[in-house]
Design a protein around this ligand. Structure first.
Ligand SMILES: Nc1ncnc2c1ncn2[C@@H]1O[C@H](COP(=O)(O)OP(=O)(O)OP(=O)(O)O)[C@@H](O)[C@H]1O
Ligand SMILES: [Mg+2]
Length: 263
């Protein structure tokens, strides 16, 4: 692993060699009653890429990624994941697809009555239906090691700090080897130092497992650390796209405001 991983410097733009598209969204629309939330959402997520989505509260950022995992059905537009149209998938097909997508929910919770180990075993025994305890132990320990929490394996969630709980949540999502990760505000509620650790962890995991990610955040430091590309959402569509450095100097006042305000 490169030394730069350990630092907080912004990601440098790498030459675009990896062109495989894992999520293709074009003209996605979604309304709730008369309220048009998504009006025209268009983006491609390429393999191994981190996209950061910025936008004011209530813009439909969470709704967008809920559409990607088939929890919500768009009213119109194209939505393909791994090249397959997910809007026409049946429940079984969606279930198969979801095994390849990790979703770190906004405020994602652990099971409070279970130890860290049991929290992590849950997706293996319930989702993947694994039975071999040796294999289960290996996966649990491997993923905890990846998030730097191996020594917390027998702790209860209530004994962990907020940042540690986030990391266990992340480990629980990663344990089924997702190819895509959807992070809904992964650093909200954490102090700046812990937020930075989580952001750096997102980058390390991206490299280690070649994960493609959509990261929704209000935390500009998280955006700076993780983004290969940033999309800015306003009034149901993306109004700007570019690297952190490009958007920081945008002519659009609304876009620039994200970079000027303390988060
Ligand atoms: N299942 C639902 N049924 C009805 N309305 C919904 C549903 N999910 C979201 N909405 C509405 O869609 C709008 C966008 O919600 P969403 O949660 O995507 O916003 P957001 O951009 O993620 O905001 P935040 O930054 O606060 O998390 C809101 O007005 C919300 O009330
Ligand atoms: Mg949200």
């Amino acid at each position: 692993m490169k030394k730069a991983d350990e630092h907080t410097e912004a990601k440098k733009k790498e030459p675009e060699q990896k062109q495989e598209v894992v999520i293709h969204a074009k003209g996605i629309k979604k309304s709730f009653g008369k309220k048009k939330v998504l009006k025209n959402i268009t983006f491609d997520l390429k393999k191994g890429e981190n996209i950061v989505v910025l936008g004011k509260s209530g813009q439909g950022k969470s709704v967008t990624i809920q559409c990607v995992v088939g929890m919500l059905q768009p009213d119109g537009g194209e939505l393909e994941v791994f090249g397959e149209n997910i809007t026409t998938m049946n429940d079984d097909e969606l279930k198969q697809l979801r095994m390849k997508i990790g979703f770190l929910f906004q405020g994602g919770a652990l099971y409070d009555s279970m130890t860290v180990r049991d929290n992590l075993e849950f997706p293996l025994t319930r989702v993947l239906k694994l039975k071999d305890q040796k294999e289960i132990n290996k996966k649990v320990e491997g993923v905890l090691d990846a998030v730097g929490l191996l020594d917390a394996i027998d702790k209860m969630p209530s004994d962990l700090s907020g940042g540690m709980r986030k990391r266990v949540g992340l480990a629980r999502t990663l344990i089924v080897n997702p190819e895509i990760m959807l992070y809904d505000e992964p650093t909200t509620g954490l102090d700046p130092i812990t937020s930075r650790e989580i952001s750096e962890l997102i980058n390390r995991l991206q490299r280690k497992y070649e994960i493609s990610s959509v990261i929704i955040t209000h935390d500009m430091e998280c955006a700076r650390i993780t983004a290969d590309r940033i999309l800015v959402m306003d009034d149901g569509e993306y109004i700007a796209e570019g690297s952190y450095k490009e958007l920081e100097k945008s002519d659009n006042e609304m876009v620039r405001s994200f970079f000027n305000e303390p988060s």
